[in-house]
Design a binder for this molecule. Structure first.
Ligand code: MCN
Length: 777
């Protein structure tokens, strides 16, 4: 008997190598004669480039070459935006190195290539640049006002989009309750443990690009499109990648330029960012102003919801920049039923680093907006926040349910997840303690925050992505090869960078083929090895890529069945497959799948129509997204004298359908919650009025450490998805999406008796203290 692998808390195969330093980060790789490039970056948020003179840098020791943007004009193309979300969208030209104008601090204007990165960095000082300053445009509202300086000739509006459903006027007309709030999603800087790094090399004909990227397959296509180098001459390898969180779902200036420099110089060229360079120039996340109006009946039933967003695009549209706020378009309504919905979004250009995907991408913003608003509705009606949610959510017997925003949620059970979370949290006891502290006027008040969320992940059905004008498909591919000795290679189009696909895919294949977990290896992240793929983002890998593995294994098994029937001289229908062997029913005759793999290798005696080798491949493209959901509860202690917030307890009950590996799922939820708490309490990218980023170091941009976070209590309910044969739903972003509003709701709950109904994120001690001072005066 083999043990069932799916559902087993396996420790990750990847970790021994990662934890013992035998990792292949891009920066650890080298090539004979490698050169290092460093970029001179604009110190101005907005300026015309009058002159760039790199000649003095060229003569310095160790310097091999130096170039300005103009030296690459005509060759460097324009960085791509692959998600034109509306007809009116403006996609400005985006040269990897600026030629005529810079539009954010940190934009590359010139580069030095030298024998080591320190000489290259020193030589940057010798480059002369004359800038003619132009006005910075930092604030989104000002950017849209009539007299504003323009970021681009075409103006500061990147796009506008509206979605309407139901009769909003009727919903708001005579509504007994209208909640009207504005929330700010501050700008965030994704901070992966491994900074971005890239190396490119050529043999004079073909090119290899090693990059710390989430998207080797997409990158290969885009590098070909941007540079004009034929796609079949480019190989992209994502070696070990130390985190991305969306920030490596990008086609960057540095990737394009390393490739072009390798071509121009005929030598390998490498770049690794410093942390400060990373803060300036890794694409940023969030940065939205949300205006939300909600109409409800006197009993708390929602009638209608109107959302108006301003979304800061920064200076240019990068790979999926405009799509990010639009990913939230169908989710502000969340798990709630209502009669009418309207969503408006305006994308705004400013002279700041472009924004793009950051863990959750559009969905944390939507969840925050609605979950904060639900708490305001509860407060307005003097209802318990859980009760107001119960009165509005889709009940488990109503699935599949088509929401007001047009998505069909296939499955879920919000009651079960919430009940479990409430009991683990000790909700009633904490409410009693809260009442007691309020009565005693304890300077340390207790706040309780809830967030009941769903999200849409597993990006996914190509048909739906086409309707949204997304520039790529949503399928995923896998190959499964049984080797002559009975071991297995799984080749996946997903590109893990911390999610443990090697382990999860091994568990899936072990069950499907009946082979030991240890006998499986998983190859990924190299376009010459995994020749088809759509990569890893949008919590898509399991529900699409993992399912492709299942399908490829099914085909391998069916081929093995034909071969077994031939060898055992019986009908394929007379064979039972059990524990990795085909057995002739009612006899003791059998063949293991390993024996059949060898027979398929020698091909001495194959049945007609069966080709040599036991291998197969499959692609999967589901017909719907996956919709994980759950309930997060947070208790905070807020010191009303100092503004200090301490998270006392945090309970998360998530439903991600069938679980492949509970340990990995827990790890994903842990990391996700940490990132959501970080937005609520710690992180913010700050620009001054001149467009200078003030948070360029980790001393200024506050990342939480383990010591800043409580131990989380995690549990699950399991409502299988109907959109894929595994019954799984994605988990990679769920924790981030759910957690931020739970924390802020808790803080506001603590402060509500003081007359406070909002604290802007991050809710630092200073912000909390100032909010209290404001009402004390
Ligand atoms: N899993 C499971 N059972 C489920 C769901 C998932 O066992 N029901 C497992 C999967 O098998 C996989 C892992 O959980 O090993 C994550 O799966 P999935 O939800 O499909 O997410 P992806 O693999 O597509 O990862 C992308 C997601 C995103 S979008 C961001 S952002 C993010 C995240 O993953 N960035 C991460 N988690 C991260 N984790 C690390 N360490 N580093 C990042 O950069």
């Amino acid at each position: 008997m083999t043990t069932q692998e799916v559902g087993r808390p396996r420790r990750r195969k990847e970790d021994a190598r990662l934890l013992t330093g035998r990792t292949q980060w891009t920066d650890n790789l080298t090539r004979p004669g490698v050169l290092h490039v460093m970029f001179l970056r604009s110190p101005m948020a907005h300026a015309r480039i009058e002159r760039v003179d790199v000649s003095a840098a060229r003569g310095l020791p160790g310097v091999v070459a130096a170039f300005s943007g103009r030296d690459f004009a005509g060759e460097q193309g324009s960085l791509p935006c692959a998600w034109p979300v509306s007809e009116d969208i403006v996609i400005p030209d985006h040269p990897p190195m600026a030629v005529d104008e810079v539009r954010y601090v940190g934009e590359a204007v010139a580069c030095v290539i030298a024998t080591d990165r320190y000489r290259a960095a020193d030589a940057l000082d010798a480059i002369e640049v004359d800038y003619e300053p132009l006005p910075a445009v930092v604030d989104m509202n000002e950017a849209l006002s009539p007299g504003s300086p323009k970021v681009h000739e075409a103006g500061n509006k990147a796009f506008s989009a509206t979605i309407t459903s139901g009769d909003l006027d009727a919903a708001f007309r005579d509504a007994p309750v209208v909640i009207d709030r504005t929330y700010v999603q501050q700008r965030l800087i994704p901070t992966a443990m491994e900074p971005r790094a890239v190396m490119a090399d050529t043999d004079g004909e073909s090119f290899t690009v090693w990059s710390s990227t989430q998207i080797p397959h997409v990158l290969r296509v885009m590098l070909a499109v941007v540079t004009g180098i034929p796609e079949h001459r480019i190989r992209v390898i994502a070696p070990d990648v130390g985190g991305g969180f969306g920030s490596k779902l990008q086609v960057t200036a540095e990737e394009v330029l390393c490739l072009l420099l390798a071509r121009r110089l005929g030598r390998p060229v490498k770049w690794t960012e410093s942390r400060s360079e990373g803060n300036l120039t890794v694409h940023h996340g969030r940065d939205q102003i949300q205006h939300i109006r909600l109409a409800a009946d006197a009993d708390g039933r929602i009638r209608g919801l109107q959302v108006s967003l301003l979304a800061d695009m920064g200076a240019y549209l990068m790979l999926v920049t405009p799509g990010i706020p639009m990913l939230g378009a169908s989710l502000f309504n969340s798990i709630y039923k209502m009669d009418a919905y309207e969503f408006n979004c305006t994308g705004v250009f400013t002279t700041k680093m472009p924004t793009d995907a950051y863990r959750g991408a559009g969905r944390p913003e939507a969840t925050f907006g609605i979950e904060r608003t639900m708490d305001e509705l509860a407060a307005e009606l003097d209802l318990d926040p859980i009760e107001v949610r119960r009165r509005n959510w889709i009940r488990h017997e109503e699935f599949p349910y088509t929401t007001i925003a047009g998505l069909t949620y296939d499955s879920g059970n919000y009651e079960a997840a919430t009940d479990k979370a409430l009991s683990l949290f000790g909700y009633d006891k904490l409410r009693a303690e809260q009442a007691d502290r309020r009565d005693r006027r304890d300077p340390v008040q207790l706040g309780i925050g809830v967030s009941t969320y769903t999200e849409m992940c597993g990006l996914a059905p190509s048909r739906m992505l086409g309707e949204a004008n997304y520039g790529a498909g949503g399928w995923e591919h896998a190959s499964v090869r049984m080797l002559p000795t009975g071991k297995v290679e799984v080749i996946t189009g997903t590109s893990p960078h911390g999610q443990g696909h090697v382990t999860s895919w091994s568990q899936i294949a072990a069950d499907a083929l009946g082979v030991p977990f240890e006998d499986i290896t998983v190859l990924h992240g190299d376009t010459a090895v995994a020749h088809k793929g759509m990569d890893t983002y949008g919590s898509r890998s399991l529900v699409i890529g993992g399912v492709a593995v299942v399908k490829a294994c099914d085909k391998v098994r069916e081929k093995a069945r034909k071969l077994a029937a031939h060898v055992l001289e019986c009908s394929p229908d007379d064979l039972d497959f059990e524990a990795g062997a085909f057995k002739v029913r009612g006899t003791d005759q059998s063949r293991t799948i390993q024996e059949l793999a060898y027979a398929a290798f020698t091909a001495h005696d194959l049945p007609d129509g069966v080709e040599a080798r036991l291998d197969s491949d499959a692609t999967f493209d589901p017909d719907n997204y996956s919709f994980p959901h759950g309930t997060h509860l947070c208790a905070v202690e807020v010191d009303t004298e100092t503004g200090m917030v301490k998270i006392r307890s945090y309970v998360a009950v998530d439903d991600v359908g069938t679980v492949i590996n509970p340990l990995i799922v827990e790890g994903q939820v842990h990391g996700g919650i940490a990132q959501g708490i970080a937005q609520a309490l710690f992180e913010e990218a700050v620009y001054d009025a001149d467009g200078n980023l003030l948070t360029t170091t980790m001393a200024d941009y506050l990342l939480p450490s383990a010591a800043d976070l409580p131990s989380f209590t995690l549990d699950r309910t399991e409502t299988p998805a109907t959109s894929n044969p595994l019954g799984a739903k994605g988990v990679g972003e769920a924790g981030t999406i759910a957690s931020t509003p739970a924390v802020v709701n808790a803080i506001v709950d603590a402060l509500r008796p003081h007359g406070i109904d909002d604290v802007r994120m991050p809710c630092t001690p200073e912000r909390v203290w100032r909010a209290l001072e404001g009402v004390r005066r």
